[in-house]
Design a protein around this ligand. Structure first.
Ligand SMILES: C[S@@+](CC[C@H](N)C(=O)[O-])C[C@H]1O[C@@H](n2cnc3c(N)ncnc32)[C@H](O)[C@@H]1O
Length: 279
């Protein structure tokens, strides 16, 4: 028992394990994630519908979206942005490893006869001959990736963008990092049964890595006959960190905003968004 508790409370190295698929693609959790995406009133999994409408409005004018625009949406979920952008005439490719979300998104696209190519794949492994005007990665997914993964995906973005292409993505800020605290909690069926339909004992250990500006929410889920560890990593950024990572990947920053709806940058806000272009 003591040894098990030692394991549960052990702090791994930043980004030591990548378990994003346990969160998004598991049969049980993906069902709940989809219902969060589709709840238009909340900011869980996807932002609320009013925000998404404003965001798509801004993206349409900022990037001049029209009939000839080609967009790649990394981590598209059930296609809330892809659907709206395709309705503005864009050809959209949406990539997501959640089969459940992609199936939902495909049904919507078929029903509404939209020009969207949905790909059910880990976006870290995605490759294509297509070339795009705009790459999206919305709702801070970039923060869930290690430095090595971010480097890899930025080089992928660079490769699949046309010469004048842009990236729009959002990230968590250092101001949000300051708000986070280390903690350890435990509960039966923790998070109201989010992790399993069966009875389980859940532990949440929150680790803060001050130097690296990383937070880990480490979940240990103990069911009869199965124990899982799920590591939700978040990298927090200063604007100059993002600028450096993109510069190293052959981009320059064209604009910094407080969100992907184009609101003015605010240093105190918990998130910010960047528009970058190929250098
Ligand atoms: C926070 S949600 C945002 C969804 C969408 N961008 C939105 O804002 O409505 C992150 C999405 O990325 C997907 N995702 C996370 N890691 C992924 C990976 N490595 N490959 C493909 N999809 C991934 C998840 O399945 C989920 O749909």
């Amino acid at each position: 028992m003591f040894d098990e508790l030692e394991k549960i409370n052990k702090r791994p190295k930043p980004f030591q394990f990548y378990t994003a698929s346990d969160l998004w693609t598991d049969e049980h959790t993906s069902k709940q994630m989809l219902s969060f995406h589709l709840d238009e009133a909340i900011d869980v999994s996807s932002r609320n519908a009013e925000f998404i409408n404003r965001s798509v409005e801004w993206i349409t004018s900022e990037f001049n979206i029209g009939k000839d625009t080609r967009i790649a949406d990394f981590g598209c979920g059930p296609g809330l942005y892809a659907t709206r952008l395709a309705k503005r005439g864009a050809s959209v490719t949406g990539i997501d490893f959640s089969k459940r979300s992609i199936e939902y998104a495909k049904e919507v696209a078929n029903h509404e006869q939209l020009n969207i190519n949905y790909v059910n794949q880990n976006y870290l492994e995605f490759d294509t001959e297509d070339r795009f005007d705009l790459v999206l990665m919305i709702m801070c997914d970039f923060c869930a990736l290690s430095q090595r993964q971010r480097k890899g995906i930025l080089s992928k973005f660079h490769k699949i963008l046309k010469a004048s292409g842009s990236v729009l993505l959002d990230v968590y800020s250092l101001s949000a990092f300051e708000q986070r605290k280390e903690a350890a909690t435990y509960g039966v069926n923790q998070l109201n049964g989010f992790w399993s339909p069966n009875k389980y004992y859940g532990f949440l250990n929150i680790f803060k890595y001050d130097e690296e500006k990383v937070i880990l929410d480490k979940y240990t889920i103990i069911e009869s006959g199965r124990t899982r560890h799920v590591y939700n990593w978040l990298q927090f950024f200063a604007p100059e960190d993002i600028e450096r990572e993109f510069k190293d990947a052959g981009f320059y920053v064209k604009g910094i905003y407080s969100d992907v709806a184009g609101n003015a940058y605010n240093q105190k806000a918990g998130e910010f968004a960047v528009v970058v272009k190929k250098a």
